[in-house]
Design a protein. Sequence first.
Lengths: 483, 483
Amino acid sequence: MRWPFISRIIGILLVFLGLAMTAPLVCSLHYKDPAQTGIIQSIAITMFTGLILMVLSIKYEDEAYINQKEGMTVVALGWTAIGLFGALPFYFSPEFSSFTNAFFESVSGFTTTGSSVMTNIEDATPSLLFWRSFIQWLGGMGIIVLSLAILPFLGVGGIQLYKAEVPSPVPDKLTPRLSDSAKILWMVYAGMTLLEILFLLAGGMPLFDSVCHALTTMPTGGFSPKNASVAYYNSVYFDYVIVLFMLLAGINFSLHYQMLRGKSLAFWKDTECRFFIGLTLVCTLVITLDIYGSVYDSLQDAFRYSIFQVSSIITTTGFATADYERFPGLSQVILFVCMFIGASAGSTGGGMKCARIIVCFKYCYRELFKLIHPRSINHIKINNTVIPDHVLRSIMGFLALYILLFFVSSIILASMGVDMLTSLGAVASCIGNIGPGFGTVGPGENFAHLPAMGKWLLAWCMLLGRLEIYTVIILFVPEFWKK
Amino acid sequence: MRWPFISRIIGILLVFLGLAMTAPLVCSLHYKDPAQTGIIQSIAITMFTGLILMVLSIKYEDEAYINQKEGMTVVALGWTAIGLFGALPFYFSPEFSSFTNAFFESVSGFTTTGSSVMTNIEDATPSLLFWRSFIQWLGGMGIIVLSLAILPFLGVGGIQLYKAEVPSPVPDKLTPRLSDSAKILWMVYAGMTLLEILFLLAGGMPLFDSVCHALTTMPTGGFSPKNASVAYYNSVYFDYVIVLFMLLAGINFSLHYQMLRGKSLAFWKDTECRFFIGLTLVCTLVITLDIYGSVYDSLQDAFRYSIFQVSSIITTTGFATADYERFPGLSQVILFVCMFIGASAGSTGGGMKCARIIVCFKYCYRELFKLIHPRSINHIKINNTVIPDHVLRSIMGFLALYILLFFVSSIILASMGVDMLTSLGAVASCIGNIGPGFGTVGPGENFAHLPAMGKWLLAWCMLLGRLEIYTVIILFVPEFWKK
């Protein structure tokens, strides 16, 4: 492990983070809000630490050839460092009483979770609200590179390997080709964000609100500058626009790229995309029927609130237009299950990912098939590509770890005096990078009342989910640190 | 598939069931209770159907050589038939208003689940209460053969294969050796039941109550002839006696056999047994500290109620001495997780089984280890025996199916208008063969108020859990029925 090399990379990340903080500074100057001093302090601390880390550490000649162990350490520590320093603008503002709260909000932002500890969002300065949205957008950018290039390169996750026609084939090293494909995908990402801003503006949403919502829809983040989230506007048009962009954000970004290249059937030809859209529609239909009559008197309303909540949860965005804790049991159980499923691999969404769920179904079916035909040899295929055995093992291990860590984290959270439903709901929400949970952290509430230790635990869960579990948990395996 | 052959076996099973019904008949004659007519009717119907099935179907010469497909069909249909006909004594008694309720109680009995729809247990006739306990005891006997011989022979479950020193090696066919080892294990089972009766009598429990409780402790069943379950006696002595026998029932029966053969360290040398006992102690300790002060003022009481509830849930017995829904969140989450873990493989307990959980942990660790040392070859061992790859796959498939079916069944139950917590709790309890759940089916309540369709669903969940999932679910795979 070349620590100076790692600290150098983290230093570079912090310098970029410091540069990113100039955006809320500009916002602050424009709105003449009192947050300027805090932001300038944050920039100073972040840039200074970043430069120190860069200057003090050696530049290796073969620095492009980062190895797997270093890669994992960089990913986990880098994301943590960004969470810590990204918390500074929150910490320096009067809305945040403790660094715990600031760190929670920051990690929730960068991991695109969207759980909040802010009790009165609308009282905050515009620059703080902008920063809150902007970090989700930056987090989403990070995830695109992470899930399409870094994690497959590190051998983690094992989903991307079978994806046909990713813009760049899985690189052996972090080669320039990666940055080419990242650029293309970022342009798709930025383009869709811009498109959403225009759509929202066209419907009459103020510019600031449009920007904030678009910045948090595309990364499936879910922070809103309004206390009531999207419900504030109570607009059919805004609801459907946001549903559309949430669903687009939940689709593998390489499919968007294929669409732009003129392959108009790309969505339809992809197994995972069909599953994701199909599942969203089925859940929407069932919940519509469940809440029609019992919660909403008109079928249109039932459909509108149903598709919004389903899209918001399954893409792991977390916007709210209704309090699903007031829905009947069926709708609640479906949304709870959706929290685990999550969006597509290669999208900005979280959760277990549809691709892994499909593989898990096929794995189970293969076991049943083997009982019927013990000597048969069956390969599991997705999109007509055979999934190699080691990838299968990696996926099943991922799912098992996900469930294990969900239960362990829920027990730890409950040990801090949190009730059962809230513990299970909060952990499911944070590990899946969703936002709202169940119990006292439902869509109508926030995470402010949880104990401080619970917030650190949940922030850890967010990182766990965001970095596909293996990358974080491996740092806690003693074997990793042996020479 | 030789249907006449299968119907013959089921016929034999029903004749034996009819013979077993003479036990409550004797009980009824002794107590001179009004249930006689109903029991005689039940015997007549069951025996008649059994004989018809036997007589009408052909006796094959090579009947000993049952094949795998037929074996699975026999197991699933046989258990269902026994549930249906075992329900007759309930159906003919005034306590049961519908066949649905009678079937639910019967399947809950034979699968040793212990969930009840009886709202006033103490008003029932002694012979009915005895039948209720007796079917659990018979179910427990069935499970011993099932888990030690039939399922491994069918290639299902895949746990037993690595167990060192099972009394009989896994037979290729159902050979006479199986009945030898089954006899030994049944003697252990019957001996321990007798011992428990004596222990309970020594503490002053009436003979009838002692017999009923012992008959439902050893199969980890949990039916009690009292409305308040074991809490009725409010006796420290009874609590600890029952805890002892619940834990014994949760240990692999082949280890008991080894102990009897003089291998005094058998429990200690077995990885799964250490895990099971260790986990029980850790959970007990944590819950003791959690409820001490908050629910109970004395540490002794806290420990006593904690170890009882933990043993009852983790062994999947389901007796109650306290309403754990009034415990703090931590205790509830721990008990909820214990519902999934369950007892040891080869015991009469249900759930996922400790052995599979251990394998799952090792599987996850191996994936992490592989990330650190990509070229390493690691075998997963338990008790110094390597688990073959196909067994590993079978175990991971089992765990995935367990979770998938848990979620799917919860959604279906919720679609019948049941609230979320009750849906999740009832399904977890029934698929794990435990008894009480959460929400409105907690240890202080019963299952009577659930919709009729919900009871059929839960009875199906009980069979699913009891027959190790594969055996039941495979009948729903179209491929199984192809020639």
